[in-house]
Write a protein that binds this ligand. Structure first.
Ligand code: DGJ
Length: 730
């Protein structure tokens, strides 16, 4: 396992426990040979090579980092403009390096190793001798995960200026004509995480963001699958970009039926000057291969992102149950109101109180004060510290909302620094939610935010921060950058954000950070590197959440998926669902409440108490276990999923029915991920008694689903190993 280099043949075999990836240098070009299930390494592997028709040009060659301009008419991975205005470059192989482990990417979030033995890295060095453009292709292969991480470093080693017009992180050519489909997450505000799947035909399928954020509309993820691929069967090739800004993923099928998938920073509205000696490092793409369907692909992402992308004190810790005051009070609260919610929370077993928007400046609505990060004494006469201490005394931790990347035109900060927002001189400044975006390319702006937050974190006992971001970037320009660098603004914004996040999370390691962008507008691996959890959607309706959470789990681990019980009628869609149903949906994620607990009846409070107690029992399994999706809310009236412990000794199944079905047919639910050799004791939410079944039986025959008479009903099965199945071992 690792990286096998056959210098003579120019062959590179990257091999993990279940996957191989092969590259060969052909006429100086790095050619993509194979990616899929594991191949044994042999001394002579040349016969594996894909035969390219004789005399065929670059258009027929499967490549690792293709160029444009010399006969390949598909989408290139990069394009550089030379000082003379020409755009032709030709990268040829000049050497390679291998190393143990995985190098960090300076200034960028990245998957990491804790021990060099976990992974190996190959660097293919390419050069355009005419311009001096040097390109390093980085590949990290993990030993025990079917994961390859790719990124690219472009360096100007020539004498003249270069201008990158495109610099993707990876490009993969699937050379064989093969029916393929693409699946990805699309959506909108309050409708994130829709699993979309469609066939790839000759032409392009493009998903992207031009918003300066990864976006609600498309998550920076795509998977190529075969028409047969399901949750548990068939091949899936996942591509997930560790980046929080404008991105693109383009799948292109050419006239020969070959498919090219390119992914990286969006080339639209992007250019980057490379003066002599300067370099550009792309973000990385995490590529996962699964031969056992989309479920296994997701679990590979979950394990990797949970343990080798997320960082910090909370990475492996069970996350606290919170109550957030946003949907409880919106902007209309005072200190006593907050404390009264926390008081009730304390009685019911809640661990963290989060004070959301509206505590600073003069913020009585969403039209002012962003940037003025000091408490509003009208609402909090004793200050933030006083409320936080009162809440701490009740036994709850205290958390606080910020929107640090924004500035309200109606703010002290804007009156003092009207040029601190992204803007284009002489042009209108487009407001969204009455706000503008701070120019995070500027050090002084980031320093101001760092100092403002630090002033609070050093005087108020803040244990949790919700870092919100509620609008996309417009008039993307910076007062600090020269004209030839204006097209760098969007990417520099993201780099500036990462620099600040690194500083602030390092300075306050005991704070649990949760990322948010009007819900899931920036639910991406880049943010997870700094903040191990994300507010999944502003839509808190439990029925809507079935789809949103199920879709989000295609890539992201449950520990990252914030899920709250909110009031009914639901504030987004007006739907009335039972507290039990809402609880079961939210307990399938990183759990909390977002309502006024003081308004609950005694009976409801009792149920909340039970839910909180139950979640404390199951959260280790839910947050750190393996997720098996059993029934998709995108395909019918029922949803189901289960969490299985690593040792397969324990599992928890949730199932949900949206609309009642009269005179319903008999239904059963086949479980997954259990050990067929073990016997399991099964406890159902509908019964006092337990029953014992073999793991094989539970996965092949399934469990009978109790009849549910009404709309929006749900239940669970708790599954626990009780010993080896000795009755029938044949
Ligand atoms: C958008 C977030 O997603 C909400 O949860 C809430 O924090 C509001 N912003 C506050 O303005």
């Amino acid at each position: 396992m690792g990286i096998m280099v056959q210098e003579q043949a120019g062959l590179f075999h990257l091999q993990s426990s279940g996957m191989s990836y092969l590259i060969q240098i052909v006429n100086g070009y790095p050619v993509h040979v194979y990616w899929g299930g594991k191949l044994k390494h042999r001394e002579r592997m040349e016969d594996l090579l894909l035969h390219t028709p004789n005399g065929a040009g670059l258009d027929r060659l499967p490549q690792e980092y293709p160029q444009y301009g010399s006969g390949d008419f598909r989408n290139p991975a990069y394009q550089a403009e030379l000082a003379d205005g020409t755009r032709i470059t030709e990268l040829k192989y000049v050497g390679c390096r291998t190393m143990k482990g995985k190098p960090a990417l300076s200034g960028l979030p990245a998957v990491y190793t804790e021990d060099d033995a976990e992974a190996d890295t190959l660097v293919l060095e390419l050069k355009d001798s005419y311009s001096g453009l040097k390109v390093d292709l980085l590949y990290t292969i993990f030993a025990d995960r079917n994961v390859i991480v790719r990124s690219v470093r472009l360096v100007n080693e020539g004498l003249n200026q270069l201008r990158l017009r495109r610099a993707l992180s990876a490009s993969v050519d699937f050379a064989e004509k093969r029916d393929m489909e693409i699946t990805y997450l699309s959506g909108a505000w309050a409708r994130e995480g829709n699993i979309t799947r469609r066939p790839l035909l000759q032409g392009e399928t493009r998903i992207d963001s031009k918003r300066g954020m990864s976006s609600h509309q498309f998550n920076p993820f795509a998977a190529l699958v075969t028409p047969e691929t399901s949750e548990s069967h068939g091949e899936a090739y996942g591509f997930s970009l560790v980046y929080s800004g404008s991105f693109e993923a383009v799948a292109e099928v050419d006239s020969f039926g070959s498919t090219r998938l390119g992914m990286g920073v969006n080339a639209f509205d992007f250019a980057w000057q490379l003066s002599q000696g300067e370099s550009f490092q792309t973000p990385e793409v995490v590529m996962v291969y699964s031969g056992q369907g989309l479920g296994e692909m997701s679990r590979t992402y979950h394990r990797l992102y949970r343990t080798r992308l997320c960082r910090g004190e909370y990475r492996d810790r069970e996350r606290p149950i919170l109550v957030n005051n946003w949907e409880a009070t919106y902007f209309n609260f005072d200190a006593d109101k907050l404390v009264s919610i926390a008081e009730e929370g304390a009685k019911l077993g809640i661990e963290l109180f989060v004070l959301d928007d509206g505590w600073f400046g003069k913020r009585d609505a969403d039209n002012s004060s962003l940037g003025d990060w000091y408490e509003d004494r009208r609402k909090l006469p004793g200050g933030l510290a006083d409320v936080a201490e009162r809440i701490n005394k009740l036994g709850l931790q205290f958390g606080l909302w910020f929107e640090p990347e924004m500035i309200s035109p109606d703010s002290e900060l804007y009156r003092k620094h009207p040029d601190w927002c992204l803007h284009v001189p002489g042009r209108r400044r487009t407001e969204a939610r009455w706000q503008l975006v701070l120019d995070y390319t500027r050090q002084e702006v980031r320093d101001y935010i760092y100092d403002s937050l630090t002033a609070i974190f050093t005087t108020v006992p803040v244990s949790y921060v919700k870092w919100d971001m509620n609008r996309a970037l417009t008039e993307i320009g910076s007062a600090e950058l020269p004209p030839e660098r204006q097209s760098e603004t969007a990417h520099r914004y993201v780099l500036g954000l990462y620099e600040l996040l690194e500083r602030i999370t390092k300075a306050f390691p005991h704070i649990l950070f949760e990322s948010c962008s009007s819900g899931g507008g920036r639910f991406d691996p880049g943010m997870l590197y700094y903040m191990p959890q994300t507010w999944t959607s502003d839509n808190t309706d439990a029925v809507e959440r079935l789809k949103i959470q199920y879709g989000t789990s295609l890539v992201y681990p449950i520990s990252a998926i914030g899920a709250h019980v909110s009031a009914v009628p639901n504030h987004q869609v007006g739907r009335i669902t039972s507290l039990e149903f809402r609880g079961n949906v939210a307990m399938s994620g990183n759990f909390g409440y977002e309502l006024d607990l003081t308004k609950f009846t005694d009976e409801e409070k009792e149920l909340v108490k039970e839910q909180a107690a139950a979640y404390k029992q199951i959260r280790g399994l839910v947050q750190q276990g393996d997720l098996y999706r059993l029934k998709s809310p995108f395909e019918g009236n029922e949803s189901a999923w289960m969490f299985v412990s690593e040792d397969q000794e324990e599992a928890l199944v949730y199932y949900f029915q949206v609309m009642a079905v009269p005179h319903a047919p008999r239904r059963s639910l086949r479980l997954a991920g259990l050990n067929p050799e073990l016997e399991y004791e099964v406890q159902s939410s509908d019964s006092e008694t337990t029953s014992t079944w073999g793991g094989d039986r539970l996965m092949q025959l399934g469990l009978h689903l109790p009849y549910k008479q009404k709309d929006y009903e749900s239940g669970w099965f708790s599954v626990r190993a009780v010993g080896t199945n000795i009755s029938d071992r044949a």
